[in-house]
Design a protein around this ligand. Sequence first.
Ligand code: NAD
Length: 251
Amino acid sequence: MRLKHRIAVVTGAGQGIGRGIAETFASEGADIVINDLEADSRTAEVKKVVESKGVRCQVIAGDVAKRADVENLFDQTWKLLGPADILVNNAGIETIVPFTELTDAQWEAVTNTNLKSGWMCAQSFCKRLIAEQRKGAIVNIGSIQAARVLPGRTHYAPSKLAIEALTRNISAEVGPQGIRVNCIHPGLIDTPMIQWVLQSPDILPQVIAQISLGRAGLPCEIGAAAAFLASDEAAYITGQSLYVDGGWVGK
Ligand SMILES: NC(=O)c1ccc[n+]([C@@H]2O[C@H](COP(=O)([O-])OP(=O)(O)OC[C@H]3O[C@@H](n4cnc5c(N)ncnc54)[C@H](O)[C@@H]3O)[C@@H](O)[C@H]2O)c1
């Protein structure tokens, strides 16, 4: 159990990759805070699965693109479970809009959710750790689109490439305090977000043909990589971005 006695906050953990990470971390012994926009039947289901692994779990709802909700997420975490050791910035949205039709509101929604949230959560988390002289680990979730062009994502792709720079820069500033910061770029992962791809007989074969392993990945496979980066096995790894994409970006 690589994460025993650790407390992990996972944003956007009501479904998909966040859920996979929360469940994998719980299997590794971590207590879990499930964050999502609402406390609903999805978060209740994830909490049930997490608790069945013998660890503590709290659902703390909030929009991580909003500063007040971010501060509340960490205030409540410290109050309900204790000081957190691990933060996973996973919450994200993707919309597909041709570049010339993209509006200010669409740009802001994607960049605020995918990038600003990561900065605010990391800052709130790190300030608390530094004040308490505690070490910790952050895993940011980027995307294959940091390195691959998919049409209609002139807002989404920059938000994900920027997470690499965010990861490097934060890691340099908090490294001396013993806080490590790394990034995972997932490829095609079987979640609600991309069901429209997985269920399209036209698009799916074109995407799968670009992936060396010839299949979509599973949320638990991102969870396994995140558990490694959050654990002491990765004690000398910081500021890095790892593609977990079945061999898409390298093909
Ligand atoms: N699925 C893929 O193929 C894939 C590939 C590359 C990157 N990603 C990234 O992985 C992350 C998770 O994606 P997924 O496929 O699981 O998506 P998903 O849509 O299935 O799940 C995302 C979860 O985040 C929550 N969320 C959205 N905005 C939020 C906010 N402001 N505050 C709190 N919670 C919020 C949603 O309610 C949802 O439960 C995202 O950052 C996404 O960009 C996914």
